[in-house]
Design a protein around this ligand. Structure first.
Ligand code: NI
Length: 272
């Protein structure tokens, strides 16, 4: 079980780095600061990872979630994003050293008809059991769209456009501030990253949430990577890196849920 979980996260991480070179730089920068400060090698801990999908039955949120349920995760929260036409759930493992998993899905039937047609076309040829394969969660796209279709998707849903270009893979990893020694606040991390030239998502402010909602989050803007579309290449947003700090509930335990208003803004880290 534990080997399987570690192997899954390792595959997701390696796949994520191939299209998110800035994440490796940020990871090494933060880990370097942590190790230097504590005088011993110190590893960053992931608060959560996030995956995206479409609510098409054979590849929907539940199909992605099944991989984690089989590894000892259970569902802990549900979230709705009415404007973006998304819903999401988060999952936690009984062993809390494993990252939480946040999975969202686009509610396809709430999209305009021309958008629905593109989505149905690209998902039509996926086999009914594709989502059962071990490597499904990092299998990328099972289709190809044209740059024109991509642009049409962008105009109605940045999320749908991202899915059309990148498919199934980790959308972001998230560093846990609560496991860091040198860095005590997101503001401190953000200042360092800006000084080093990284671009942060400032939609709704650089820091989303805070002690009042028991969770503070910030993120980089997604890298721009060249993608081969069905008839031409295009430079588009790929994935981003997130940073989270959790606060104690009245019980004395750290809050482990998510905050919909903050997540709503974090989604915009992949806007073009
Ligand atoms: Ni996140």
């Amino acid at each position: 079980m534990h080997n399987k979980i570690n192997s899954l996260f390792s595959h997701l991480w390696q796949d994520y780095l191939t299209i998110t070179p800035s994440a490796k730089k940020v990871h090494d920068l933060l880990e370097g600061y942590e190790s230097e400060h504590s005088g011993k090698p110190s590893k960053l801990v992931n608060d959560h990872i996030a995956l995206r999908t479409l609510n098409i039955e054979k590849i929907n949120l539940d199909k992605l979630a099944a991989h984690f349920l089989a590894l000892g995760y259970s569902e802990k929260g549900q979230y709705a994003f009415v404007e973006k036409k998304l819903r999401a759930k988060h999952f936690e493992h009984t062993d809390d050293t494993y990252p939480k998993v946040f999975i969202s899905e686009l509610i396809v039937e709430e999209m305009p008809l021309d958008i629905q047609q593109i989505i149905l076309k690209i998902t039509d040829n996926i086999s009914d059991d594709a989502a059962l394969l071990d490597n499904f969660l990092y299998s990328g796209t099972h289709w190809q769209v044209s740059p024109q279709e991509y642009e049409l998707l962008v105009a109605h849903s940045e999320y749908a456009a991202w899915m059309s270009a990148w498919g199934f893979r980790a959308n972001h990893f998230t560093v846990s501030l609560n496991h860091m020694g040198h860095f005590q606040s997101l503001a401190q991390v953000n200042t360092l990253l800006k000084n080093e030239g990284f671009i942060l998502n400032s939609s709704g402010g650089e820091i989303k949430g805070g002690p009042q909602v028991l969770l503070a989050q910030s993120s980089t803007m997604a890298d721009k990577i060249e993608v081969e579309f069905s008839n031409g290449k295009k430079l588009i947003p790929s994935c981003f890196y997130e940073f989270a700090q959790r606060y104690k509930m009245p019980t004395g335990e750290l809050y482990q849920g998510f905050v919909a208003a903050s997540a709503d803004k974090i989604f915009e880290s992949t806007n073009s």
